[in-house]
Design a protein around this ligand. Sequence first.
Ligand code: LLP
Length: 422
Amino acid sequence: MRQDHDTRSRFFTYRDGRLYAENADLHDIAATWGTPTYVYSLQAILTALRDYQTGLDGIPHLVAFAVKANGNVAILRHLGQAGAGADLTSAGELFAAQKAGIPPERMIFSGVGKTEDEIAMALHAGILMFNIESEPELETVARLAAERGRRAPIAIRVNPNVDPKTHPKISTGLKQHKFGVPWEQARTLYKRAADIPSLEIRGIAAHIGSSLMDTAPLLQALDLLLGFRQYLQNKGLAIPYLDLGGGLGIQYEKQIPETPSEYSQKLKQRIKDSGVTLILEPGRSIVGNAGILLTKVIYVKKNDDKVFVVVDAGMNSLARPAIYGAYHHIVPVAARDGAPQTVDVVGPICESSDVFGKNRSLPPCRPGDLLAICSAGAYGYSMASNYNGQPRPAEVLVEGHHGRLIRRRETLDDLLRNQIVQ
Ligand code: LLP
């Protein structure tokens, strides 16, 4: 019996046994642009953004998309046109956000290691605020602003010591993590910042972790930040912005987290009387389930009882399973008759961790068949590399019936572009 498979997104659906992104047949996309290719649904992306925006409707807010999740300029441009800002972590991301036309007054600069060049570039751009993560960084930003006769808008990123109950490699808000500063130090830093004329205190920031399945820790962090804001206001410091970071998870496997609209409505309830402008920095929950990695079966290999489906995408294209042991659902692009088989879906890279799925139940696969690796829109392309001499994949953005190439597949020349051969 032919089965349709759950793609984790209502924008990737089967029609007559063929998988579509919106109204575009993924077979056509593979035929036109080859594989492996990231394919995104624009509607899925904009719907997730709108869910945040409508959930927060009625209170002053800014949804600053975390560019680290997906830095494609075409996607950033659509997000910017729909009212999103950008959460940045490097000059490279600032450059991309500028190219995408996102207004600087909607940009936030986070990260523990901002260099002087990066700070200077962001000052010049006129961003909304720097989320300061240490005392030496505060002094550097103050000095660079003073040298330019400017005032740098800042927030201090506190490390609220709230357990996000997520994967240890992506939780950030506990004492042992390098991010932000502890409460006690935050008090000192605000006091110091208030005395420096080249700084303008604008906010308080936190980001406790990523891929949260339960929003309770985020709400707990919000309450702590609101309390701290009250403390600072009592000391005479106005704090117009409160930045709660990103972190809301998406469905990868079975567990389904709260939606952006449920989450943002809860936030709104809690802060509606505070007068603060709420900033969120979601990444994964906007683009994660809006993208799949389209890949082609190269070989089906049997070692004793074990069946390996070898595909043309590898951990260089999508690193999450190899790095975090992350689960990504894998579905056939043509739903097929025939008893399902239990297989491991693996890439061509010479590492045992180059496995996209272990013991997966898939219809019988043949070389040339297409598979979709689901929930790949966030931290997919942005973490891709050239390991094993693999060119990075192409990216296609689907809008209705049409797919549009938004990043060319790398060529062999691209691999050698920066090498100096004498
Ligand atoms: N804001 C800050 C300061 C962040 O560090 C992050 C993510 C975000 C916002 C966005 O978080 P999101 O809404 O996407 O959870 N590579 C890992 C995820 C690392 C997240 C790092 N920071 C992964 O593939 O799961």
